[in-house]
Design a protein around this ligand. Structure first.
Ligand code: GLN
Length: 313
């Protein structure tokens, strides 16, 4: 990495360019509690493997991680793959590994492809992953929070208002879960799977905590702060590959083209990413582009990748 002063300057330049872009985006409001997010908030954090942090903006303000949770749910499922026979076959026969090219909450593909979601980074895929977690974890909700607390190195909480609000606005995800159930691709009760899903989406984390929590994926699956193996290097690489190709929904091609890093976004405006062997990172700005990715976040990642030469491609 460049020296600290230089990185601080780069972060300031990136924030100056990215922040004003937020006015062209729209804060998600289909989950009512998200609509009250302050569109002016902006945070950007990079964490190196040795724990050195580079930050700018509102990096200590918590926000609901939403779809960023899909990375961690997949990691939990991959842990089961690592530890028990047959889980890999179960997993990859029930969810694919191809970009969807459709919005994250689309039902169309699911009907056409007979209940096998394209990948674990869209809602339908995450619901199947949650179903698998219920089978293989004693308490799937607790396991998700435990994993995130281990990676963030701090206790975390659920945003109860967001949880309640999403429970009251579940129509589309409910339809999706019922469709999956009809195709035989949910083994547990629809309500139980959705509860797990909404719970993971409502975990509240800061930009700083998320940048830290991503590092193990840049570090061959080993949590750098403690040396604890979270995933084997082979499986960590696979999670990163799925982020690169599917993590930003129908804009994944654009992200690969303009940023060139494994990333995952959420509708509360967070985007996490990794630079293999170097960084965990997170940017947060609530207003979204039409694909549901943070608009200023997208610009920030592009500017950052260009200036620090971070792209892996
Ligand atoms: N909880 C959100 C939903 O299910 C997550 C979507 C997202 O962050 N893209 O619609």
């Amino acid at each position: 990495m460049r020296d600290d002063v230089e990185i601080t300057e780069v972060l300031a330049e990136v924030a100056d360019i990215a922040r004003p872009q937020a006015s062209d985006g729209r804060v998600a409001d289909y989950i009512p509690a998200l609509a009250s997010a302050d569109p002016g908030r902006f945070g950007l954090a990079l964490t190196e493997m040795d724990g050195t942090e580079h930050t700018i903006g509102d990096v200590d303000e918590p926000f609901p991680i939403q779809s960023i949770s899909k990375v961690f749910s997949l990691v939990l499922a991959m842990q089961k793959v690592d530890r028990a026979e047959g889980v890999a076959e179960e997993l990859w026969s029930r969810v694919g590994r191809e970009p969807s090219g459709d919005p994250f909450n689309s039902l169309v593909q699911l009907e056409k492809e007979r209940g096998i979601p394209r990948n674990p980074m869209i809602n339908a895929g995450a619901l199947v992953i949650d179903d698998i977690l219920i089978t293989h974890c004693e308490d799937a909700k607790r396991s998700t929070l435990d994993l995130l607390e281990t990676l963030a190195g701090e206790p975390l909480e659920i945003d109860q208002e967001v949880y309640d609000s999403e429970q009251g606005a579940l129509h589309r995800n409910l339809a999706m879960a019922n469709l999956l159930k009809d195709f035989g691709n949910l083994h547990h009760a629809v309500d139980a799977v959705l509860d797990n899903y909404v719970h993971a989406c409502a975990v509240s984390m800061t930009t700083r905590q998320l940048a830290r929590a991503m590092r193990f994926l840049a570090n061959g699956g080993v949590e750098p702060a403690t040396g604890e193996p979270i995933l084997s290097p082979e499986l960590a690489k696979r999670v990163a590959a799925i982020m690169l190709t599917c993590g930003t929904y129908d804009a994944a091609g654009e992200f690969a083209f303009n940023v060139g890093l494994p990333c995952k976004s959420g509708v509360a405006g967070g985007i996490v990413g990794i630079v293999p062997r170097r960084l965990g990172l997170c940017v947060w700005s609530p207003p979204l582009d039409p694909s549901g990715n943070s608009l200023a976040g997208r610009v920030a990642l592009h500017e950052l990748a260009e200036r620090l030469d971070l792209s892996i491609v």
